[in-house]
Each structure stands twice: as C-alpha cells, then as structure tokens.
Design a protein around this ligand. Structure first.
Ligand code: NDP
Ligand SMILES: O=C1O[C@H](COP(=O)(O)O)[C@@H](O)[C@H](O)[C@H]1O
Length: 487
C-alpha cells in the first residue's frame, strides 16, 4: 500500500496518443492500480491533440491495454482505473490551451506528475504552458525521457529550458533500465554479499563484458533512429548507466544524491579514446538483410522503405577503460545492436585465474571463474567455478561447473514488476535515486561526443553485418586482439 503520509497525486500524460504512452505508460499505470499502489483520488489526465469526448477516450485506452498488456483486463480493475481517466485537448504550442488543464488540476494539495511522452523539441513549449498557469509550482514534478539531446550541447539546451521552470528536485529524467528488477539487484549483489563486495576490483577481476543485444529492428522509428544511431540511442544512456552501477564505489546510503554522486565519478573517469586507438577500441556496424528464427529480415536501409542511403550505426562495440585506482587495467567491453540473434542483456564478470598455487599448471588450460548476470531473459545469475570431478584418479581433474540461480524457478522471485511501473511509483513517492541527474547525462554525452567526433573526423563507416548475426567480424577481432573472447 502507498504511504498515506505522503500527499496524493495526479498524473498528466503529455503525448497520450503516442507509442510510449500506449505501450508502456497506460499498461504500467493499470498494473499499479491493480496492485493498489495508486491513491484512491489519483487521476490520470491524458493530453493530446484530438477532439475526443470521455467515452471515446475510455474506449481508446481500453484498446491500448488490450493490445499491449500480456494479462487480460479485469472488469473490476478496469472500472476503478477508468474512473481515474480524463482527456484534455491541448496543442502544447498554444499556450492558452493550458487553461483547460489548470481547470482540471484544481487541488493545490495534490502532487502533479507531468510525464512528457513527447518529442524533446516540445519540452520547452510544455514548460512555458505549465509556467503560464503556475502549474510548475513546488507540488509539480516532470518526467522527461531519453535521449536528452543528441550531444552535450543540445542536452544542455534542453536541460536549461526545463531548468527555467523546474528545480532539479522536480525533474525526473527517466532511463527505464534503472527500473528493471535485475538492474536494481546489481546493488544488492555488489554491496550485500561479501563474496563480491570484497572481490570487485583489479586485483580479482580480469575484465567485464556488458552485452545488450536486441532482436528487433527499428520498429517504425526509422526517422528518429537514423538521426541518432545505436551509440546515442543505447550506449549514451542504458549501457553507460549499467557500467556506472557495476563500477561505482559503494554509496554512503540509498539517497538519490549519494548514488548519483558515485555514478557520476565513474562517468568522469572514463578514459578518452585516442584518435590512434579509434579502430582498435571501437567498432560500428549496420545490418544487411538476413535470417532470424528462419524468417527473412530486411536490411536497415530497406526498413525505411525509401531506399535512402545512410551511414547510421545499428551496432556498436567498444573497449572502455576507467581511469581510477579500482579499475586501472580492467577493460570493460560493451556491445549492443539491433537484429542480433536474440534479445539478451547480460553482464559478465571474468575473474582472474589463480597463478601461483599447486593447481597452477592445470588451471591455465581451464576457463576462469565467471559471474554471469542475466538481466533478461531468463533473469538470474550463473557462477562458473572449478570443481574436482569425483573419481579414484590420483590426480585432481577439474571441470568448470555452474551454480545457477534463475528467478522464474524460485517462488519468491517469480513476479518481476515492469521497469515503468517501478519508476512511476518512485516518482509518485518523490524518490529520485532511480532517475538520472543532470550532470550524469552531461558527463555521458561528453564522453560519447568525443568518440562520435573522432568517427566523423576519420570518416569511419559502419561495417555491414547480416541480420541474425552477432555484428561485424571486427567486433570479434577487437576483443581477440586483447587475448579474450565474447562470452
Ligand atoms: N516509444 C518508445 O519506446 C520510447 C520513446 N522514448 C521517448 O519518449 C518520447 C515520446 O516518444 P513516442 O511515444 O515514441 O513518440 P510518438 O511520436 O509516438 O508520440 C509523440 C506524441 O506527441 C504528440 N505531440 C506532438 N506534438 C504535439 C503538440 N504540439 N501538442 C500536443 N501533442 C503533440 C503527438 O500527438 P499527435 O498524435 O497529435 O501528433 C504524439 O501523440 C520521445 O521523447 C522519445 O524519444 C524513449 C524511449 C523509448
Ligand atoms: O530506449 C530504448 O530501449 C529499447 C530497448 O529497451 P528494452 O527494455 O527492450 O531492452 C530500444 O529498442 C530502443 O531503440 C531505445 O530507444
């Protein structure tokens, strides 16, 4: 149940007809309602450009839920949920339209959560509209989506526009990876287990791999994606957030700023990749047609339908070094791409082999210890260790074996709330630790900009890879050159 000492709230969803609202926000709000996590008087006000009456609006939202939720709509929950719904016809470029919203938001005691599920070039107009009607007062919060800008400079412009109307404590920058259960578990794994907390540095770890592989292609977002590419769409935010959590020092407590302070230090310590290393440490790719699960997949260029040429990357792999005492000499290999063989996100920690002991000769030919953190699917962990094979043999023969923990096989771990459910709830409660602070976004952009700038300077084109494969061969070469292999 929600904490009744906190003020109740209303949600305002700008962009109620958009893809994000349909696929993620309404289903998550429905599930929060089903879990009794919304206040009785919470309303959900959809903002969009349409002449819809309430009946039409309710039908539309019900259709979204039917289409995008795995579970069936329950009549009782739908009745409760639909009573919360209202529609407000606003073109955010017409400031006077906000007067209608002001009329609806008539309870000064309530927190208002404004979700900007809209293109970033509308953020400034929304802020102005809210400001004009004092809807940016201290009861008001905003949630803004990634990517915030397409470079350090453009992210500053957006952050500055928003900061004219809202304090940092009112701004919730969402990165949905931070709401995934398995990502939240990284904190527990690292800091609640002495097994790992004491063995998490360059004395014990050889290298770390972070893979975020997607099966999907561009899914009707070609125009947006072609401007951004995988580096800006995925690495700048999701992958660098994962890396920061894996690499950060232990925060002094769970407070938002304690966690964000540690993450930002990691981002500030990312080594810049020298011009002369750009081909050694970075690989970009673009998919051509291929096969996935026996189906023919069109190339990136054909997905667009207009035969437009493009050098946008749909795949990136990088060797990242962190310039601090804990991580000196431990490379982080990052890889992410569209149209890879499976949807699979995982972090693999490769521990160093033991050198000087009585097994040492034998050990050199055996795999090193690994901790495999499966973010999705098959959420869970594997630990790979060496065990003696039972036998009467007088010498110890060792074999790499797995300790496997899988969420779905454990009664207490079966229900995984979705990332957006978690993040909407945290915002309702005013908790910012799972949201990204301005300096984190900006530090991540500075580092990503430096790489993109070098790619452009050296006119680096993406290597082609067939859909359904693990990206360009050069990505394998990048890691093999260091004497290692992708997991
Ligand atoms: N879709 C996704 O999975 C993800 C999206 N995001 C981010 O979320 C945000 C929204 O994305 P998405 O839902 O895909 O975008 P869409 O283009 O699907 O939706 C945007 C919505 O904004 C509305 N809109 C645009 N201009 C105005 C205006 N002047 N007044 C009122 N409404 C307006 C559009 O209304 P109309 O229909 O009338 O044009 C549309 O419903 C973006 O910032 C995106 O980068 C981030 C991660 C994932
Ligand atoms: O933010 C984004 O994330 C999705 C991948 O999210 P996931 O939760 O399904 O792993 C990605 O497909 C999209 O391009 C990007 O904008």
């Amino acid at each position: 149940m929600i904490n009744l000492n906190l003020p109740s709230c209303d949600f305002v969803i700008f962009g109620t007809k958009g893809d994000l609202a349909k696929r993620k926000l309404f289903p998550s709000l429905y599930r929060l309602d089903k879990a009794n996590k919304l206040y009785d008087n919470t309303r959900i006000i959809g903002v969009g450009r349409a002449d819809w009456n309430k009946k039409k609006y309710l039908n539309i939202i019900k259709e979204y839920l039917k289409k995008f939720m795995k579970e069936k709509i329950e009549n009782f929950i739908w009745t409760k949920f639909s009573n919360r719904l209202e529609f407000c016809n606003i073109d955010v470029n017409n400031m006077s339209d906000f007067a209608q919203l002001k009329k609806i938001l008539n309870d000064p005691e309530k927190v208002i959560i404004n979700y900007f599920a809209m293109p970033p070039n509308t953020f400034s107009a929304i802020c102005r509209g809210l400001g004009a009607f004092n809807l940016n007062n201290n009861m008001s919060r905003i949630i803004i989506e990634k990517p915030l800008g397409s470079s350090f400079k453009t992210s500053q412009i957006i952050n500055n526009q928003v900061a004219k109307y809202f304090q940092e404590s009112q701004i919730f920058r969402i990165d949905h990876y931070l709401g995934k259960e398995t990502v939240l578990n990284l904190l527990s794994l690292r800091f609640a287990n002495s097994l790992f907390s004491k063995n998490w540095d360059n004395n014990t770890i050889d290298h770390i791999q972070i893979t975020v592989a997607e099966e999907v292609g561009i899914e009707g977002r070609w125009k947006y994606f072609n401007e951004f590419g995988q580096m800006r769409d995925m690495v700048q935010n999701h992958l660098l957030q994962l890396l920061s959590i894996i690499a950060m020092e232990q925060p002094i407590n769970f407070h938002a700023d304690s966690i964000r302070n540690e993450k930002v230090k990691v981002l500030q310590s990312l080594s810049l990749i020298k011009d002369s290393d750009i081909n050694k440490k970075t690989v970009i790719g673009q998919y051509t047609s291929g096969y996935l699960h026996g189906k023919v997949i069109p190339s990136y260029l054909d997905e667009n339908g207009s035969n437009k040429k493009s050098n946008t990357e749909t795949f990136v792999s990088l060797r990242v070094d962190i310039d601090n005492i804990r991580w000196k000499g431990v490379p982080f290999y990052l890889r992410t791409g569209k149209r890879l063989p499976c949807k699979c996100s995982e972090i693999v920690i490769f521990f160093k082999k033991i050198t000087l002991n009585f097994f040492s000769e034998h050990l050199q030919s055996l795999p090193q210890n690994k901790l495999i953190i499966r973010l999705e699917p098959n959420e869970g962990l594997d630990i790979q260790i060496l065990n003696k094979i039972p036998s009467l043999n007088l010498v110890h023969v060792l074999k790499s074996t797995k300790l496997d923990f899988c969420y779905s096989k454990n009664e207490n771990f079966k229900h995984l709330p979705s990332a957006y459910e978690r993040l909407l709830l945290e915002c309702m409660l005013g908790m910012q630790s799972l949201f990204v602070r301005r300096d984190e976004v900006e530090e991540a952009w500075k580092w990503v900009d430096s790489i993109i700038y070098t790619w452009e300077k050296h006119v680096k084109y993406p290597e082609l890879y067939s859909a359904g494969t693990w990206g360009p061969l050069l990505s394998n070469n990048m890691i093999i050159r260091d004497g290692r292999f992708w997991s």
